[in-house]
Write a protein that binds this ligand. Structure first.
Ligand code: SAH
Length: 225
């Protein structure tokens, strides 16, 4: 009998029940999420919960997104091998690993230095050499890697940061949660020669994008008070 990899049965169940049956169709995205070991991206004490249908805390008041949302954002971005992709909000590094598995060259930017460092070490240990983790304010994008075929913003923004729209290639796609502090809607923005087309996708709940073109730092204090 073939030996199962750690958590492989849980991963298969996640893909079948949380993703495929909920409408994720792109076989490459499903394969990526079947392969990337999500349990390696959560704190040890939550390992057993890694494949549940929920976000999980990763420290510093931040979270790793629910598997379905990772899949929905990745699918909407239509990432092709060789694409240069920017992720804003590295967090655990899981979304970046899924993008790398699809063959993208990934720049991932994280504001909290401790999270950036641990994600960088984790991605290196797991062999995701195609991901470069940068520490900084991703609401200003990362001009060194631009233009990007896809930009995934995994923190909630009151509106799409203009710097990110600028750094998107013509023909590129940005997926971003836009809206209020607690509830947002995922938007897909496509840049064409004649302008930007916007489509609304699922509603969602992300932690806030804190930065120049996101929410001010002081809004965190207000929420935690
Ligand atoms: N994509 C992550 C989850 C992201 S949680 C994963 O797969 O695990 C959102 C992350 O965005 C948090 O880690 C938070 O610190 C970060 N963040 C918030 N504002 C940011 C900004 N302006 N620039 C970069 N990262 C930011």
């Amino acid at each position: 009998m073939e030996e199962l990899k750690p958590f492989e049965a849980e991963r298969r169940q996640m893909v079948e029940f949380q993703l495929r049956r909920r409408g994720i169709r792109d076989e490459r995205v499903l394969a990526a999420m079947l392969h990337v070991p999500r349990h390696e991206f959560v704190p040890k004490k939550f390992m057993e919960l890694a494949y549940q249908d929920r976000p999980l805390p990763i420290g510093k008041a931040e979270t790793i997104s629910q598997p379905y949302i990772v899949a929905a954002m990745t699918e909407a971005a239509l990432v092709q091998p060789g694409d240069v992709v920017l992720e804003v909000g590295t967090g655990s590094g899981y979304q970046a690993a899924v993008l790398a598995w699809l063959g993208a060259r990934v720049y991932s930017i994280e504001r909290v230095q401790e999270l950036a460092e641990s994600a960088r070490a984790r991605l290196a240990r797991l062999g995701y050499g195609a991901v470069e983790v940068v520490c900084g304010d991703g609401s200003e994008g990362y001009s060194a890697g631009a233009p990007y075929q896809a930009i995934l913003v995994t923190a909630a923004s009151p509106q799409p940061p203009p710097a990110l729209v600028d750094q998107l290639a013509v023909g590129g796609r940005m997926v971003i949660p836009v809206g209020g502090f607690r509830l947002q809607r995922l938007q897909l923005m496509e840049k064409t020669v004649s302008g930007i087309a916007v489509r609304n996708l699922d509603s969602c709940q992300f932690v806030p994008l804190i930065g120049k073109y996101g929410w001010p730092q002081k809004s965190l204090g207000r929420e935690n008070a």
